[in-house]
Ligand binder design. Structure first.
Ligand SMILES: Nc1nc2c(ncn2[C@@H]2O[C@@H]3COP(=O)(O)O[C@H]4[C@@H](O)[C@H](n5cnc6c(=O)[nH]c(N)nc65)O[C@@H]4COP(=O)(O)O[C@H]3[C@H]2O)c(=O)[nH]1
Length: 726
């Protein structure tokens, strides 16, 4: 069995271990003495068997063997020594000096040969030479061993490095690349050796990447660090991101090597580099970035990104003297759908709405989710209002078809406020705020429409805030008043109905009218409270007059779209009537066409319920909203209120009068009652009378007045013309 080399390698600086084998007892003793005298440690073996035994048990640096020994001769011992201790050198000593025996011994591995009789000095000299030679061989083996270990270690380190390690030549071709390129990009190193580094780069990074890694641009003072995308083999996986660091190589310092291939690399090598895979970090950064600037549900830009883009667009529009439009979009009825069908459905609806809206836009437009069911839209570089108007119409139309949410078919409309730069504001905040104000004016008027911002809509922000605070207080302090405008039968001049119109007795600003505070009440959701108070006061007041004998007196109340859309609208209204013991058939609710058209299904069901209780339904501002006359005979409608603008038309133009003719004729055909609003002149009254429109309301008979005033008027049997007293 061969003994291990390492023990042998560790024999530095100790006396050499010698084995002397000789079958002549005397000669053996004198040889041993001679060698010991020279400082060696000697084991004397008398004959071949003893020598083999010694070799089995002990390590030797050198064996001096007599060739001719009985039983086991020197050749056999030498063979055994080579078997078991190949590092142990052998010198043969023999009386034979023929060429054959010398060459045989040397061929079998003997390092030298000493002929008997020998001179002691000659023997010691030979031993010294052989030991010196052995020591050199040992040292060399040691160095080789260390080199091998170190090479293996470095190869292991390079190949198991988490980074791609590469060496490029002057022209940017790959001279070396480690195995990591396989697990990260799918190439084997042999695929790439000799290829230009640019082959690995993503098309978008080739110019930048190759420029940065050009031989001349990388120096010891200027190592390169850059981020590039690299292609994966085939197109199965997405390209990955790497942080590349490159250093120059001085070919003179390339390690000396006997391997011609490695030497050739050393001569060509100019750049050494590592490429660290930073894909995950990049993806995380991209996600965080996306999250910071987008709404995750709809994947639209969020408020921050919208503002950023708007800022840029304003700068550009200012520089090029162009216009731009900001739209504030608010979904109608979203809250009701969300509350009724749940948030998951609400989310799906928002996503579906987003898709439809996006289909209406150009590439440069920015649609963003501003929060909840609010969106903002930036239309940069428009020619004028007409462009914005077209888009607004397109958006409204896009949302008209129903949305299918699971088993539910839902309708959702949109109210749009538009602010055009620079007329409606020349700063980001102004434009957004004014578009918002314009949007609330749409909401106040029945939704599902668009409006451009105009200065008359604006109540400056501070003013708005204080007004909002005051409005909350007004509810607590009972500052709301209800005035009543008579609805008069033009034939008899008798009051047949009273329209309740809210007023606000503001402690400092005096008497405020609905346009001054109703949009704000809608915006701040105070409208529910406000309407409840108005209805309560009106039911209480008019209820008393009814009980006092005006049995047929009709109370007309305006309802805000928000109220009507509330799922418990019918229940709440009927509760109130019961509380004030107000007869339902004396109540007429006024709603606009837009409210109906926004959600025909839902609203018609509610109106039918109310009609079943006896409540009357009037369409306010008839003719000014969506005119899908279809709904008229499908819904339990009792009264059409002809809008004031048409009544004014009687005086101004024939067209206006024509519309009134048509409305009145249609109402007669459908057996609906008709009330003309805004009658101010005798001429208008005469015209309406002649048409057969007998119920009128307007300044001709007087504006809305406080209850006390109306009570006195009711007291008279017939109302004198023009009750605009006091
Ligand atoms: N130029 C002119 N105007 C006339 C004439 N006759 C009446 N008016 C005015 O026209 C409006 C008629 O009410 P509306 O169309 O329902 O329009 C109402 C209604 O939509 C809303 N509103 C009023 N009170 C309430 C309320 O209690 N609740 C709700 N939700 N809305 C209300 O505010 C709107 C405005 O109300 P008001 O400012 O009181 O204005 C009233 C009334 O004062 C006339 O001969 N000439």
């Amino acid at each position: 069995m061969t003994r291990d080399l390492p023990t042998h390698l560790s024999r530095a600086d100790r006396p050499a271990q010698l084995l002397v084998a000789e079958d002549d007892q005397r000669l053996l003793a004198s040889l041993a003495d001679l060698l010991r005298g020279a400082g060696h440690t000697v084991t004397a073996a008398l004959g071949g068997p003893a020598a083999c035994e010694a070799l089995d048990n002990q390590d030797f640096d050198l064996a001096l063997l007599d060739l001719h020994m009985p039983e086991i001769d020197g050749y056999e011992v030498m063979a055994h020594a080579q078997d078991i201790q190949p590092h142990c050198g052998v010198i043969v000593i023999s009386g034979e000096s023929t060429f054959t025996s010398v060459s045989r011994a040397l061929r079998r591995g003997a390092l030298d040969y000493v002929k008997k009789p020998f001179a002691p000095d000659e023997l010691l000299e030979t031993v010294r030479n052989v030991l010196g030679q052995r020591s050199l061989i040992r040292d060399h083996a040691k160095v080789q061993h260390r080199l091998k270990k170190s090479e293996a270690l470095h190869r292991y380190l390079v190949n198991s490095s988490p980074d791609i390690v590469f060496v490029l030549d002057k022209a940017g071709r790959i001279c070396f690349i480690n195995n990591k390129v396989n697990s990260l990009l799918g190439y084997t190193p042999t695929d790439l050796i000799g290829e230009h580094f640019g082959r690995l780069l993503d098309e978008q990074d080739i110019t930048r990447g190759t420029y940065a890694l050009q031989d001349a641009s990388v120096s010891a003072d200027n190592p390169r660090t850059l981020e590039v995308r690299m292609k994966t083999r085939g197109s199965r996986r997405a390209n990955r991101h790497f942080e590349v660091t490159a250093f120059p190589i001085d070919p003179d310092t390339w390690p000396h090597t006997n391997d011609p291939e490695e030497r050739a690399i050393g001569q060509r090598a100019r750049i050494y580099g590592t490429a660290r895979d930073v894909t995950e970090r990049k993806e995380a950064e991209a996600f965080i970035n996306f999250q910071a600037y987008h709404d995750l549900l709809t994947r639209l830009p969020n408020r921050a990104l919208f503002k950023d883009r708007l800022n840029l667009a304003i700068t550009q529009a200012r520089r090029n003297s162009q216009k731009l439009a900001v739209m504030f979009l608010d979904l109608d009825r979203f809250k009701v759908i969300n509350d009724t069908l749940g948030h998951a459905m609400g989310d799906r609806l928002l996503q579906a709405v987003t898709r439809r809206l996006e289909e209406c836009l150009r590439r440069g437009d920015t649609l963003s989710r501003f929060g909840g069911d609010e969106f903002t839209l930036l239309l940069p570089a428009i020619h004028g209002k007409e462009d914005a108007r077209q888009i607004a119409n397109k958006l409204i139309r896009a949302l008209q078809p129903p949305f299918q949410l699971g088993d539910h078919e839902v309708f959702v409309g949109i109210s749009i406020g538009i602010a055009v730069f620079p007329d409606a504001g020349d700063s980001l905040d102004q434009l957004i705020q004014n578009a918002d104000i314009a949007m609330y004016h749409v909401k106040g008027k029945g939704k599902g429409d668009y409006r451009f911002y105009s200065d008359t809509m604006s109540i400056d922000t501070a003013n708005r805030l204080s007004l909002e605070r005051d409005l909350r207080l007004a509810l607590d302090r009972d500052e709301l008043r209800v005035h009543y405008q008579p609805q008069v039968c033009a034939n008899t001049n008798r009051i047949v109905g009273l329209e309740a119109l809210v007023r606000w007795q503001h402690p400092e600003r005096g008497l405020l009218y609905p346009p001054d505070f109703l949009p704000l009440a809608e915006e701040t959701k105070l409208i529910d409270d406000l309407s409840e108070r108005v209805l309560a006061k009106a039911c209480h007041q008019v209820g008393q007059w009814i009980h006092d004998g005006h049995d047929d007196l009709r109370l007309a109340v305006n309802l805000s779209p928000i109220q009507v859309e509330h799922p418990r609208f019918v229940h709440t209204l009927m509760e109130q009537l019961r509380t004030y013991q107000f007869p339902p058939h004396n109540l007429e609710i006024e709603i606009t066409e837009n409210v109906i058209m926004n959600d025909l299904e839902q609203i018609s069901q509610k109106l039918r319920e109310l009609a079943d209780y006896g409540v009357r339904i009037a369409i306010d501002d008839f003719g000014t909203g969506y005119s899908s006359l279809n709904y008229l005979h499908r819904l339990p409608i009792h009264t059409l209120k002809v809008d004031q603008s048409f009544i004014r038309g009687i005086r101004n133009s024939e067209d206006g009068a024509c519309i009134v003719n048509a409305i009145v004729a249609m109402a007669h055909g459908l057996k609906l009652e008709i009330v003309a609003e805004g009658v101010e002149t005798d001429a208008q009254l005469c015209y309406l009378r002649q048409l057969g429109c007998h119920q009128v309301q307007g300044f001709f008979y007087g504006p809305a007045q406080p209850a006390e005033f109306i009570r006195r008027s009711l007291g008279r049997d017939r109302l004198a013309q023009n009750v605009t007293a006091v």
